[in-house]
Design a protein around this ligand. Sequence first.
Ligand SMILES: *Cc1c(COP(=O)(O)O)cnc(C)c1O
Length: 504
Amino acid sequence: MHAIPNTIAPPPLAEVSNNKLFKDIFYEGTADEYNQAIEQARVAVTDFLQQTSQPFSGIRPATMKAAVGAIDLEEPLKDYQSLISEVDDLYIRHATAFHLPQYIAHLNCPVVIPALAADVIISAINSSQDTYDQSAGGTFIERRLIEWTCQEIGYGMDADGIFTAGGSQSNLMGLLLARDHFAARTYGYSIKYDGLPPQANRFRIFVSEQAHFSNQKSASLMGLGEQAIVKVAVDHRFRLDTDALKKAVEAELQQGNIPIAIVATAGTTDFGNIDPLQEISAIATHYGLWMHVDAAYGCGLLLSSRHRHLLDGISLADSVTVDYHKSFFQPISSSAFLVKEAASLNIIKHHADYLNPEEQDYEELPAQINKSITQSTRRFDALKLWCTLRLTGKRKLGLYTDMMIDTAAATAALLQQDPDFELLSGSDLGVLVFRFNPTGVVKELSALNLSIKQSLFFDGTYILAGTKVNGQFYLKFTILNPLTTLSHIREILSAIKMKGNSLL
Ligand SMILES: *Cc1c(COP(=O)(O)O)cnc(C)c1O
């Protein structure tokens, strides 16, 4: 028998004196330490805001890699001052500044401050949203926001959903529900228990040519293969062409394939245009297909009184993806997956005896994990949106959205009028695909425009995006900042011209 000691001695670490032990743990004895740490972090962020005048330092990957690689992870630093200063050198001073109008590349919104305050609370209190006993109010705040979002979509009382890590995960949930409900309804077959039925390699999912690549990834993860994705042609504004959709569904049926779902994109990543939701819904209903709306980007229109009508028909979808971190000015991550019928989520449920046992009454003691596809431990991201709605409010967010749409429309007009630029399409939201094309001068337009983008990036002065359309490289603006004005846009356009002319 071993004697049981009265106290457990701290480990004999020569360099850790007794009064330093535990001072890094967040507990009732370390409130001062916590305050100092957060204060220094706060100052570093404020310096970033006040001292950053261009969107990027221009640092090259090799230099960045060497700097990170040189750190000895076996040797901790002595205090927060050295820590924050090292983080500043390695990260903050080179970080992409999404809040500057000179950043006009991807779907990264500037964030609202109430959400940042929420983030401080979320990390420290560290609730986990899987069960009530790990989150309490967190569970009900998340559920209230899901209800609110469902209402904004126009769903009825039966709707439900869950916060997810992002649009890709939400899209995967949509297609998984589509697949499993199709197999259950059509063959009485449970994919959850029995794996894929023999017909699965003939399952087909229809998306537009401009739909997000996460649909292909989902099909591949779901064991259907990317071959399951049928890309449907788009119209002149790069929206799904519904005549082409009907033909595509018919063609697949004729070949003996099995249509199961249609994904409509409400706000394409490259053009910001909304697929015709009502017509797509009619086609989905006609063929008995699940309709998923990927509104990862276009969900911002839910906030706008002037442009909400562009989403008319979204409430007809069986499921919807929204990304608050794309269009609600939320810090990453903040996203949700919504379903018209709460019961459709039951297919995801898995009971673990230690977390959400089968016999528990979930009306009385809820567990959000029942609706989660891959995350068990899950961050209370919902608090960021909650604080945003409670302080900034929906109306102001909608106003910001309207301002961006106006700026994008005015930018489109500028590009159209300028003989040096070629614009491919207007946008319902804020993405414009165009290229520098001074008339009659250049043969290698793709190479020239790619060089413009890369050269501005490494100058650190402007960050644009790029994309390919019909094999040609184009520049892309994503206008997602209400502070971006037309004079910023003029400045960026003249920088593109100067760069272009210097590269000719
Ligand atoms: C960004 C985007 C996604 C993916 O969302 P993440 O949050 O990046 O995973 C899906 N669909 C569309 C249309 C998007 O623009």
